[in-house]
Design a protein around this ligand. Sequence first.
Ligand SMILES: *Cc1c(COP(=O)(O)O)cnc(C)c1O
Ligand code: SF4
Length: 336
Amino acid sequence: MSNSPLPWQAELASAFRSPSELLAYLGLENSPHPACDGAAKDFPFLVTRAYADRMAKGDPADPLLRQVLPAAEEMLAVPGYGDDPVGDGAALAAPGVLHKYRGRALLITTGACAIHCRYCFRRAFPYADAQLHKSREDAALDYLAADASIGEVILSGGDPLLLSDERLTALLCRLAEIPHLKRIRIHSRVPLVLPSRIGAGLPSVLSGTRLQAVLVIHANHAQELDSTVDAALSRLRGEGVTLLNQAVLLRGVNDSVQALAELSETLFLQGVLPYYLHLLDKAAGTSHFDLPLAQALALHRELRDTLPGYLVPRLVREQAGQAAKTPAEFLAADSN
Ligand SMILES: *Cc1c(COP(=O)(O)O)cnc(C)c1O
Ligand code: SF4
């Protein structure tokens, strides 16, 4: 009695699950490549075909490929890089609920993603223990209902848009019943990496409650934003969803003023405002993506001199124990 999968579920099921498969698809099977099987064992390889289709064939330095290809450097133990770089463990307020900042709380809705980004700060997150299982949903919602200072709930993960429309609808209905909640915010890479998920049903699920809906997508490079993404985003905009972007500053991906300016310009063409540009969270296995703070600040300064103010994302670092993300300008020059 299994239902046949929806088109986006079938697409996810046919995603690339090994580096060699993707490299062959890109015509890179014969070039010496840095893919590292040991790293892929630690944090499995996963890339949708929709995302792979935006990579340049035959280019081992493609900025999209670099985000997903396991590298030998991931196996290095580097001082200062650990398994809980942003203090999520200490911020777990109830099952599946991270409450760090005044006025907003974050729900870990699922551990699943539609792509595995090698720089991910939650790559070692204990999802099995911390995510919002259906059985624990009552406790999480009780926590939100009991704290009238919370006005906004962020659905995060993993990727909340991998939940079914039915599950999302049920969760949003329950949240809308909490009188002090005003907004629902969704953090998702799905509109980029699995645009077919943004089918007819989903946009109206997000607009179907009294809560104002904000969707923060995660694009790091203009090349990630093709016409299929544009079409998915415009369906969401059509339902009145406010669209923002967060990016991570990544060595070898977007560490130039030109790449960052093109990203902002392309986002705006597709109706998305740049929100955050994150300094890399120091998760174990990600140090090869990091940039020295002085270089990040210089890039950001030049970006400010290049773009209108509303296209310049805030350059920030998440620091454990702080009341908000810290603007990079406030970080000590030697903290790196
Ligand atoms: C980043 C983050 C938020 C959202 O912070 P904003 O500055 O409002 O975007 C909320 N909760 C947690 C746990 C976070 O890490
Ligand atoms: S949580 Fe976001 S950054 Fe991390 S692997 Fe999933 S999609 Fe990528």
